[in-house]
Write a protein that binds this ligand. Structure first.
Ligand SMILES: *[C@@H]1O[C@H](CO)[C@@H](O)[C@H](O)[C@H]1NC(C)=O
Ligand SMILES: *[C@@H]1O[C@H](CO)[C@@H](O)[C@H](O)[C@H]1NC(C)=O
Ligand SMILES: *[C@@H]1O[C@H](CO)[C@@H](O)[C@H](O)[C@H]1NC(C)=O
Ligand SMILES: *[C@@H]1O[C@H](CO)[C@@H](O)[C@H](O)[C@H]1NC(C)=O
Ligand SMILES: *[C@@H]1O[C@H](CO)[C@@H](O)[C@H](O)[C@H]1NC(C)=O
Length: 422
């Protein structure tokens, strides 16, 4: 190896060579978090994606081969807006893109995205612009065994491997979904932590970082608090997890579930999209999916709820539950919806997370708590402040090994030694 090591350190030279080599690798390749996995289960994850140009909702969805409605609900964008799938989203808008995270060769990644090359595409344009740094040219080259990257056939269907993590759907034992976030030049770890209401320590732990330094292009995994579902394994929407402040659409567009803002309990109800759906009434009751009735008694509040139990064989499973609770539940609150964005609000970078909408729910003493029917309408007061407003890009940083902090510390030590001895 053409690495010279001071004689005084020769007894450690093998280690040094390894460390210097490791250092070089760390400096050259953008970091991203690597999560080992053993089974073939897939899970849900999010990509932080910044639009490289104006794109229709449906165009963004087709870049990732996902359902446009899911893209909208993940970003709490009002789907009742007329012709919303053809709405043009502005360049530089930041979106959370819901994807399926698989386990491939023992590592979590998303491999369901294909890109059909167009005239004048280059690998770096595809990776840096179209997929906004979520993938590198080398990764596309390797995934597709491209020997000569200068020759891309038009119409070639390229596999676009994308970073994702799941960590069992939890963070510090609480339900969480992970956003793969591409670090921008203006970003600091503290800024990212504050924007996503987490802590520097948590981000460092999740990403096995030895220091809080981040570089543009790194991809870090950001845990977002979420509402977990508990659908059976045989349900097609098993593992559904909805981040706080957003919605998900499931059961062939028949059911919509929301998370937050008041608590992190998944709340599902009929979706307002006009489609034919199987029955959403709970058996042996007159309650529909999402209905909650509450009856105050001397012993407490007798709460009956018709909940959603997953989509099984094309049928919507409903579950009636009754429980005696100390207090009657308030009116169901929903995350504020935003209108489809037409402009990008700059500057969320210095500001902490957008102020939550405060809509006080009464604490009804009445016997029936009607759940609001249909999708809550766009509330102008919510403004375009939510998750879609940022210019932040998400990338997930996967440090393959937990020993990285130790390596970094050792490196520093070694560098000092070399400095001193020269
Ligand atoms: C993953 O989560 C499930 C419940 O969601 C739990 O039973 C299991 O122990 C967790 N596994 C790990 C490795 O944390
Ligand atoms: C969920 O989001 C709401 C509104 O943004 C916020 O007030 C609340 O603290 C969040 N909950 C958690 C657990 O992060
Ligand atoms: C609670 O309400 C349900 C349905 O209204 C009823 O069947 C049940 O007996 C009630 N339980 C109590 C403890 O009042
Ligand atoms: C779903 O349908 C298939 C065949 O129609 C059946 O074998 C299977 O048991 C069903 N699953 C459930 C959970 O009902
Ligand atoms: C039950 O849910 C349906 C559908 O969401 C809604 O139209 C109805 O008003 C609800 N009824 C009660 C009593 O909550």
């Amino acid at each position: 190896m053409p690495v010279t090591v001071p004689a005084s350190l020769s007894s450690f030279s093998t280690l040094f060579v390894f460390l210097i080599f490791a250092n070089a690798v760390v400096l050259v390749a953008p970091k991203s978090t690597i999560e080992p996995c053993s089974n073939s289960n897939s899970c849900n994850a999010l990509l932080g994606y910044t639009l490289y140009t104006d794109l229709k909702v449906s165009e963004v969805a087709s870049l990732f081969q996902i359902d446009p409605i899911s893209l909208l609900t993940s970003n709490a964008i009002d789907i009742s807006y007329p012709d919303v799938e053809n709405h043009i989203l502005p360049s530089q808008l930041f979106l959370k893109v819901p994807i399926t995270c698989s386990c491939v060769d023992g590592i979590r990644k998303s491999v369901s995205t294909r890109y059909k090359t167009r005239p004048s595409d280059t690998l770096s344009f595809i990776s840096d612009s179209i997929y906004a740094g979520l993938v590198s040219s080398d990764q596309i080259r390797e995934a597709n065994s491209i020997s000569d990257p200068s020759v891309l056939d038009v119409g070639q269907n390229l596999v676009v491997p994308l970073p994702c993590t799941c960590f069992n759907g939890t963070d510090n034992s609480l339900p969480a979904i992970y956003l793969s976030y591409v670090v921008k030049p203006v970003d600091t770890l503290a800024g990212i932590a504050s924007r996503y209401t987490t802590t520097i320590t948590d981000l460092m732990n999740v990403n096995a970082m030895g220091s809080s330094a981040i570089n543009p292009g790194d991809i870090i995994a950001v845990p977002l608090p979420a509402c977990a579902s508990n659908f059976p394994r045989y349900a097609s929407d098993n593992g559904l997890i909805v981040p706080n402040g957003s919605y998900a659409i499931t059961a062939s567009h028949c059911v919509q579930c929301s998370c937050g803002p008041g608590n992190l309990k998944l709340y599902c109800m009929p979706a307002s999209l006009a489609v034919s759906c199987s029955s959403m009434q709970c058996r042996n009751s007159n309650l529909m999916l999402g209905n909650v009735t509450a009856q105050q008694s001397s012993a407490g509040c007798n709460v009956s709820a018709c909940g959603y139990g997953g989509f099984v064989n094309g049928s919507i499973v409903t579950m009636l539950s009754t429980s005696l609770q100390p207090r009657c539940p308030g009116v169901q609150q929903f995350p504020p919806l935003i209108a489809p964005p037409t402009t990008v609000i700059k500057d969320p970078t210095l500001a902490p997370a957008p102020a939550p909408q405060s809509e006080v729910a009464g604490s009804p003493t009445s016997s029936v708590v009607p759940s609001t029917s249909s999708l809550p309408r766009f509330n102008p007061a919510g403004g375009p402040a939510g998750s879609a407003s940022g210019v932040s890009a998400a990338r997930s940083l996967m440090n393959p090994i937990d020993i990285l902090p130790a390596v970094a510390t050792l490196l520093l030590f070694v560098k000092l030694m070399i400095f001193h001895s020269s």
